[in-house]
Design a protein around this ligand. Sequence first.
Ligand code: UDP
Length: 351
Amino acid sequence: MRAISCVVPDSRDAILITGAAGYIGSHATLRFLREGRRVVALDDLSVGRPGAIEAIRGAAPGADLEFVRRGITEVDASWIRGRGIGAVLHFAARAIVPESVARPELYYTVNTAGSVALMRACLEGGARRFVLSSTAATYGVPPADQIPIRESTRQDPINPYGRSKLAAEWALRDLTAASAGSGFASAALRYFNVAGCDRTGVLGEDHDPETHLIPILLHHVLGRVDRVTMYGEDYDTPDGSCIRDYIHVDDLVEAHAAVLAGLGDGEFRAYNLGRGRGSSVREVIAAVERVTGHACRVEVGPRRAGDPPVLVTDPGLIDRELGWSPSVPTIEEIVGSAWAWFRNHPEGYRR
Ligand code: UDP
């Protein structure tokens, strides 16, 4: 992977990062500040952590960071223009599948309507680049002959979370087409399983409630969770457990820099972001045991509703077009970076 220096239309422009106090948004904020960029960090702290912003300030003293506690629908064109925002990385979202099934209105309000309101404010406020965090969940359950998943694989989400994100993708593509000639360009980045923690040890993953496999296993190792449930062992996979494509959060953030650097005026692009390698739940458990030296108490439970058996991408398109490929090659290294942070922050950012 070649080193990427971000070229937003004008390097003096600020980058607006929404969800900046969240897991991925915080990593992106630190990355762009370290590059010397001016960052406006937006978060309503409904799920984000103030501790993440404090950690960023501690790690990047003197960096050009403005943190604004506000929702994505509470910014308008004059707010965007007044801050000289040239590019937007839109991470703020609700992203828990079972919650989306129980509260679809919340997902369509935040992920779809909220995103559209932000797109509109950005277009009217003169921002020229918009990168939407989308998800592998927009693909639903692709047929076996479509694995690994490519960007051309049919998007057919099976839950409100995936549909709320796919609707936002459509809106972004259509708004970009309608603004032809203005210089606006955009991308939808479909994340597979983002995992691991900042390799400089500053930032981590701190959700409440925690639903993701690797953090739950590490909470278990730390004694915060008594046992871990494996959701299903009767899938049609080599070891019976679900297979996912885990990508290190630092690699994922780096892909955003590549996209900002590579987008041409007027374009809309979509890319899958993963490592292109699958790890089963059993393999992830084994990796956690190897990395931590702790035997995990795992019980097998029923399948979790809405879990596709295999989600693995072919990340070749963004490599061919923009020269981005993941640099963290193994699940052990991903888990190792997470373990380094969790060990030092057993209570998350609350410590
Ligand atoms: N999983 C599990 N036990 C848990 C949490 C997750 O067996 O306590 C499984 C889940 O069924 C899926 C994989 O681990 O197959 C990854 O789940 P996660 O929630 O981390 O990410 P998702 O794939 O849902 O985005």
